[in-house]
Ligand binder design. Structure first.
Ligand SMILES: [Zn+2]
Length: 259
C-alpha cells in the first residue's frame, strides 16, 4: 500500500517536472535559445525567475498567474502542460502496473515516449511545426528499445514504418503538399517504429477520428480549410498514446466484429 502511494507520488512529481521542462524546451527552441541556457526567465520582461516562481503548477497559483515584476499574465498553457505531464505519467505508471507483460524497462521506454509525444503535441498546437530533430531522436530511441532491448519482430516494425510514412507520403504527393507537410511523413515513420504492425493502424484511425471531431466545428464556424494549418501532429501524438496501451483490445474487438 505504502509502496504504491510512493510509486504514484514519485511518478506524479516527476511528470510535473517533465511538463515544466517541456514548456521550457518548446519556448526556447521556437525562440532559438539553447535549452541549456541556464535559469528560466519571464517571457515578457526577461527577468530571471527565483526557485519559488519555478515550482510546477504551485507557482502559477501562488503568483495568481502574473509575473511578480511586470504584472503581465503567465501563459495559461504553462500550468496546464505541467499538470498534464503529472497526470500522463500517473497513467503510464498505472498501465505498467496493471498489465502483466510490462516491466521496469517498459516503464522507462513509455515515459520517454510520452515525453516526446508531449513536445510534439504542444509544439504543433502552438506553432504548427513538427520538429525534425526530435522525430529522428524518437525514431532511434524506438529502435533501441523495441529491437535491441525487447527483441520485437523487425518485419512488423518495417511494415509499421511503411504504413506510417507511406500513408502520409501518398497524401503529400496527391495534394502536392497542400494537405500535409513533410513533418507528418517523418512523424508517421516514428509512429511505425514505436507501434509496428498492426497497432499503427489503430493510432492512425484514432488520430483521424479525433481530428474530425475537433476540426469539423472549426471548418464550419471559423471557415478554416483542411490543410496544414490544422495541427495534425497534435492528433497523431494523442493517437500514438492511445495505441500504445489500448489498441490491442480495440483490434481484438474489431476482429471479433468481423469474425
Ligand atoms: Zn515579467
Amino acid at each position: 500500500m505504502l509502496e504504491n502511494i510512493l510509486y504514484y507520488f514519485v511518478l506524479f512529481g516527476f511528470g510535473l517536472t517533465i511538463g515544466s521542462f517541456v514548456n521550457c524546451l518548446v519556448w526556447r527552441t521556437y525562440n532559438n535559445i539553447s535549452v541549456a541556457a541556464g535559469r528560466s526567465r519571464c517571457v515578457h520582461c526577461g527577468r530571471f525567475l527565483s526557485w519559488y516562481e519555478n515550482v510546477p503548477v504551485f507557482s502559477y497559483i501562488f503568483l495568481k498567474g502574473k509575473c511578480r515584476m511586470c504584472q503581465k499574465p503567465i501563459p495559461a498553457h504553462y500550468p496546464a502542460v505541467e499538470l498534464f505531464g503529472g497526470l500522463i505519467f500517473l497513467a503510464v505508471g498505472w498501465f505498467n502496473k496493471n498489465y502483466s507483460v510490462f516491466s521496469e524497462w517498459h516503464l522507462v521506454r513509455d515515459l520517454v515516449f510520452v515525453s516526446i509525444l508531449a513536445i510534439v503535441f504542444l509544439y504543433d498546437l502552438l506553432y504548427q511545426i513538427i520538429l525534425t530533430k526530435l522525430i529522428l531522436f524518437g525514431s532511434v530511441v524506438g529502435v533501441v528499445f523495441n529491437i535491441f532491448i525487447f527483441h520485437q519482430d523487425v518485419y512488423k516494425m518495417l511494415i509499421g514504418v511503411a504504413i506510417g510514412s507511406g500513408f502520409f507520403l501518398l497524401q503529400y504527393l496527391i495534394s502536392r503538399g497542400r494537405w500535409i507537410g513533410g513533418g507528418d511523413i517523418r512523424l508517421g515513420l516514428m509512429m511505425g517504429v514505436w507501434l509496428g504492425w498492426p497497432n499503427i493502424l489503430a493510432a492512425l484511425f484514432f488520430a483521424y477520428m479525433l481530428g474530425l471531431i475537433v476540426s469539423i466545428p472549426l471548418l464550419i464556424f471559423k471557415n478554416k480549410q483542411w490543410d496544414s494549418t490544422i495541427p495534425f501532429g497534435t492528433f497523431l501524438a494523442a493517437g500514438t498514446f492511445w495505441a500504445l496501451y489500448c489498441s490491442d483490445s480495440a483490434i481484438e474487438w474489431y476482429l471479433g466484429l468481423l469474425g
